[in-house]
Design a protein around this ligand. Structure first.
Ligand code: TRP
Ligand code: SF4
Length: 430
């Protein structure tokens, strides 16, 4: 890939916990968008996105540390469903599927970010208190659980390159995590920006934004530049990211700030009308057989006001009708006619719920057939799934290594120290 092509592509990063098999809620909540990004092309025919999708096995431990026995199996299940819906790194070189823990650089970046992350930022993440409330049966008073949004930040920024757009497709509930990630990136960049490397333009800007005389501790004997450097180094991180940043001081961007792509996801109710969730037992799994799907469709909740066959119904409150609208995604003329017919005949009680559900199940089964055909192939060859994850993890590691080289150098400047040391040795040896 040429460099020009690389920067043109937008980087996409998204992860999923290894919860096991995926359901149609996961499909519409995430996978359908991942697929669109896999297939999106620029006018010149090249891929618009370069996507990295990973199974967040470490994230699973933040809540399920007491029983890690299912993580490996569930990782395979999740990846198999990704491949089943049509994500395919073998035919799309712009897509990488990998396992988080196979790229240990994520842990190193998490550690370095943890040094500059105020505890209060983690405590105020909305899901933090919520989860502790929701998962009362688990002791979530751990360091790992508090740090979970920060691990997520590390996952994301690992795949960013300065100047290249970094996008995270998430639902609204995850948006605060991305906002925190942006703040952490700004703080990191400011913390490990070495003012030794200031250009004269930056110095002029710094000078106009920062009153050196305020800092009486800094000796007035020093040159303006040296006073500015000291002022920078001694200023609290908040000050560096606010005052300096507002004055347009161009801090070197070691890490790239991510942007959210708020994906418009249709509401996918469970078979009982509530939110689709494994724990509610109301899910339709991507791996359900046609018979299971038909049975679930038959037992689905409908408009509660439609008690008798002759009662008119309200499709807009009925989950069966929601599914009519969801399947298939790309609707033919016949699909539109079916939806229109159901919408009309439900309201006039011309169609009964049993028939309506049959029509819906037909459409859903037809949509899911190719997904399941692919799943069967991968199930018969699970080593292929592992190979794809292994190859992907190697590739992800390649990107992560580059990011970490940049990060380590920003934090410690070992390279500079090394150069200086060897230069000095030379002088001594001469
Ligand atoms: N927190 C996400 C979840 O619970 C998984 C995840 C981990 C993630 N790291 C991420 C999502 C980075 C997007 C980006 O499903
Ligand atoms: Fe729902 Fe269909 Fe029955 Fe109307 S006819 S209430 S849309 S199942």
């Amino acid at each position: 890939m040429r460099d020009a092509e690389k920067t043109k592509r937008k980087r996409v990063l998204s992860g999923m916990r290894p919860t096991g098999r995926l359901h149609i809620g996961h499909y519409f909540g995430a996978l359908s968008n991942w697929l669109k990004m896999q297939n999106a092309r620029l006018p010149d025919g090249s891929p618009e996105y370069e996507s990295f999708h990973f199974v967040a096995d470490w994230h699973a431990l933040t809540t399920h540390y007491a029983d890690s026995s299912q993580v490996a199996t569930n990782t395979l299940e999740v990846a198999t469903d990704w491949l089943a819906v049509g994500l395919d790194p073998r035919t799309h070189d712009n897509v990488t599927l990998f396992i988080q823990s196979a790229v240990p650089e994520h842990a190193e970046l998490h550690l370095l970010l943890s040094m500059i992350t105020p505890l209060s930022w983690l405590e105020r993440v909305p899901t933090y208190k919520e989860q502790i409330e929701n998962l009362r049966e688990k002791d979530l008073g751990t360091y790992g659980f508090l740090g979970y949004p920060l691990l997520q930040s590390a996952d994301i920024v690992m795949y960013g390159e300065p100047g290249q757009q970094l996008l995270v497709p998430v639902g609204e509930d995850q948006a605060p995590h991305i906002e925190m990630t942006r703040e952490i990136v700004r703080r990191f960049n400011a913390a490990f920006f070495d003012p030794d490397n200031l250009t004269s333009d930056q110095i002029t800007k710094l000078r106009s934004s920062y009153d050196i005389s305020e800092h009486s501790g800094i000796s007035q004997e020093l040159s303006v530049i040296e006073r500015l450097r000291r002022a920078w180094r001694t200023a609290p991180l908040d000050y560096r990211t606010s005052t300096f940043a507002n004055a347009g001081v161009p801090v070197r961007k070691t890490l790239q700030e991510p942007d959210v792509i708020l994906t418009e996801t249709p509401r996918v109710p469970g078979t009982d009308g509530r939110r689709m969730a494994k724990s509610y037992g109301n899910a339709i799994w991507l791996s359900d057989t046609p018979e299971e799907i038909r049975k679930k469709a038959h037992n689905m909740m409908t408009d509660p006001q439609r008690v008798r066959r002759t009662d008119p119904g309200r499709p807009e409150v009925c989950p069966v009708f929601a599914y009519h609208n969801l399947f298939p995604e790309n609707k033919s003329v016949e699909d539109c006619a079916r939806i229109e017919r159901v919408n009309r005949e439900c309201r006039t009680a011309e169609i009964g719920c049993v028939d309506c559900k049959k029509l819906m199940a037909d459409a859903l089964v037809k949509w899911i057939e190719p997904v399941q055909a692919r799943r069967r192939e991968y199930e018969a060859n699970p080593q292929r799934v592992w190979e794809i994850l292994e190859d992907g993890s190697k590739r992800a590691k390649g990107v992560a290594e580059q990011t970490m080289a940049r990060v380590r150098n920003a934090v410690f400047n070992w390279e500079g120290a090394g150069r200086k040391a060897s230069g000095e040795r030379k002088v001594v040896g001469d």
